[in-house]
Write a protein that binds this ligand. Structure first.
Ligand SMILES: CC1(C)O[C@H]2[C@@H](O1)[C@@]1(COC(C)(C)O1)O[C@@H]2CNc1nc2cc3nc(N)[nH]c(=O)c3cc2[nH]1
Ligand SMILES: [Zn+2]
Length: 374
């Protein structure tokens, strides 16, 4: 029996959105879902209990980063990532495909894999489909990603075609190296940039390998939002309806809603916790930079419509004070609020799908948030 199964609950009458559940060895996940990112086996500044308090159902971690520090052998000796970080709900690990291309300046892509330099020590490293699978097998996540190339944006058509074909060959090698398919689900990653025929070629190659789930990669790499939406419009419908679809690296409120409308079930991004650490908060009425002087005597909560721990107990003035003094608790409060904001947004998206009114919800949310309406 496969490691995961996808239960399609309802398709939205107004859009391509769908309500579903992903059943994994560590519990079920309601989709569409946002996955907090815990790159180094921690969602920065927050504890597993705090993540559970805000109903985080699955978190993401990173093969590349954990391979470098502390090393997958230590995590394997600890009993795997769930035990090591005391998180007993589902975990997904990215394969390193993106990190190698985004973090390492010097890299040399060959058929066998990628030669590059450790972004911390500068030492020479080599990552291949087989190595990425061996690391993820040691970490023990419920969902693991195939080793792929996430091409730079923009990329010429000839480069993109060669890259797609190599990524498809690498996906096959990942399947061959997959040691425990009944315990860990391996997702294929569709590439192809903004070229519709290459996206089709990549999707068909991967569908023929029958993965239990599929990611749309090569997006959220600096392209305009309308390019991302257009690529999703012709890519998502190619993917099997009875399997999860995961848009990698997407985490702004508008992109989450627009991705769900186009049939995406899973999202992740460092954005909410990353901007929190420089004092920027996501609120119902748009972004709020709490370190701004105008909040020095503002005793309202970050977001008056939010019932999170930070908004129920602290004011903008207090959080501004902590952030200005570089107090860790300040960044814990902004991180808590931002993640709670996106997790709650996805709960509202799921409710809107159930009520067949996701496009109406988009209208209301964009109006309130101040997103420029199309
Ligand atoms: C590097 C860092 C921290 O991750 C964020 C953020 O910066 C930044 C940089 O600029 C923006 C766009 C604003 O977001 O892009 C990251 C989020 N985009 C993204 N993550 C991805 C992960 C991926 N993993 C694999 N294996 N394959 C992919 O194709 C892939 C594509 C991805 N796209
Ligand atoms: Zn809040």
């Amino acid at each position: 029996m496969a490691a995961i199964s996808y239960e399609l609950i309802k398709t939205c009458q107004q859009s391509g959105a769908r309500l579903g559940k992903i059943h994994t060895p560590h519990g079920s996940i309601d989709t569409p879902i946002f996955m907090p990112v815990g790159t180094l086996a921690t969602v920065k500044t927050l504890s597993p209990n705090e993540l559970k308090d805000m109903n985080a159902q699955i978190i993401l971690s990173n093969t590349y980063h954990l391979w470098l520090r502390p090393g997958e052998d230590i995590i394997s000796e600890a009993g795997g990532l769930h035990t090591f970080m005391n998180w007993d709900r589902p975990i997904l690990t990215d394969s390193g495909g993106y990190q190698v291309f985004s973090l390492s300046k010097l890299r040399d892509i060959k058929e066998e894999g990628v030669h590059f330099r450790n972004h911390i020590s500068g030492e020479k490293l080599f990552l291949s489909p087989e190595k990425a699978m061996q690391i993820q097998n040691a970490l023990g996540p419920d969902i693991m990603m195939a080793f792929d190339e996430c091409p730079p944006y923009p990329a010429g058509r000839d480069y993109m075609k060669a890259s797609v074909e190599r990524t498809s060959r690498w996906a096959e090698r990942c399947l061959e190296a997959h040691q425990r398919p009944n315990e860990q689900a391996l997702f294929g990653i569709v590439q192809g940039g903004e070229y519709e025929d290459l996206r089709k070629q990549s999707a068909n190659d991967l569908i023929s390998l029958d993965f239990p789930g599929y990611a749309v990669g090569g997006l959220s790499v600096g392209e305009p939002k309308d390019v991302m939406n257009r690529v999703l419009e012709f890519t998502t419908p190619l993917l099997p309806k009875d399997k999860p679809r995961y848009l990698m690296g997407v985490g702004s409120a508008d992109s989450l809603i627009d991705g769900a409308i186009r049939g995406i079930d899973m999202f992740d991004c460092v954005l909410p916790t990353r901007i929190a650490r420089n004092g920027t908060c996501m609120t119902t009425n748009g972004r709020l930079v709490v370190r701004n002087a105008k909040y020095a005597r503002d005793f309202k909560p970050i977001d008056e419509h939010c019932d999170c721990y930070a908004c129920r107990n602290y004011s903008r003035a207090y959080i501004r004070h902590l952030v200005k003094c570089n107090e860790t608790f300040g960044f814990r409060l902004t991180s808590y609020h931002n993640l709670h904001f996106l997790l709650t947004l996805m709960q509202r998206v799921r409710k809107a799908i159930l009520e067949d009114r996701l496009l109406d919800f988009r209208e209301e949310f964009f109006e309130q948030y101040g997103f420029n309406k199309e």
